[in-house]
Ligand binder design. Structure first.
Ligand SMILES: [Fe+2]
Ligand SMILES: [Fe+2]
Length: 183
């Protein structure tokens, strides 16, 4: 049997999707004025930066996508180019959401819609992005990446993970559970 090179990434998507569900629920409440726990959004930004981007997207961008390019997928005008563009779009939503939350925390009013719109923009973008990776790009990678480089890919994932604290995943699981329990 071939060494699996995408199951870990699919698994990481599950935690990201739980934060996305929280952002969706709370953004809808913020838009109506009923949710003003700005710390949630800052924690969301922290999770997205350190887990979705640094921990997860780094493995895609530096390891899996590079392996796909080495094995025949074009870098430009390709599914990879589209995925990279979506990673950047996600970062832009997160930055805009963070800026608006910081202004709200500084006492400015009238930012509920801006916060909710950027959170929703991220939710819609990332949910579709993850669906494309889970259902199209990752299965494609499993078909085209040759056996002899698979162990090296897993080693590169481990090296990428080693740049983050070992407790990262546990910490964010607890953070997300806490907000899931919030009413
Ligand atoms: Fe991605
Ligand atoms: Fe992903």
């Amino acid at each position: 049997m071939k060494t699996d090179i995408t199951a870990a990434l699919v698994n990481e998507h599950k935690l990201i999707l739980r934060m996305i569900a929280l952002l969706e629920r709370n953004a809808a409440r913020t838009a109506e004025g009923g949710y003003r726990n700005w710390q949630f959004y800052l924690d969301g930004v922290d999770f997205i930066r350190n887990y979705a981007d640094r921990f997860h997207h780094a493995k895609e961008e530096d390891v899996l996508f590079e392996a796909l390019v080495k094995n025949g997928m074009p870098r430009e005008n390709s599914p990879i180019a589209a995925m990279l563009m979506e990673h950047d779009q996600g970062r832009a939503y997160v930055k805009a959401m963070e800026d608006a939350v910081q202004r709200a925390l500084a006492g400015e009013s009238g930012l509920n819609q801006t916060i909710a719109e950027n959170a929703s923009g991220y939710v819609n973008l990332l949910r579709e992005h993850i669906e494309k990776e889970d259902n199209i790009l990752y299965p494609l990678a499993e078909r085209v990446i040759p056996d002899q480089i698979r162990a090296g890919i897993l080693e590169s994932y481990a090296a990428a993970e080693a740049k983050s604290p070992a407790t990262l995943e546990k910490k964010y699981q607890r953070l997300i559970e806490g907000y899931e329990a919030e009413r």
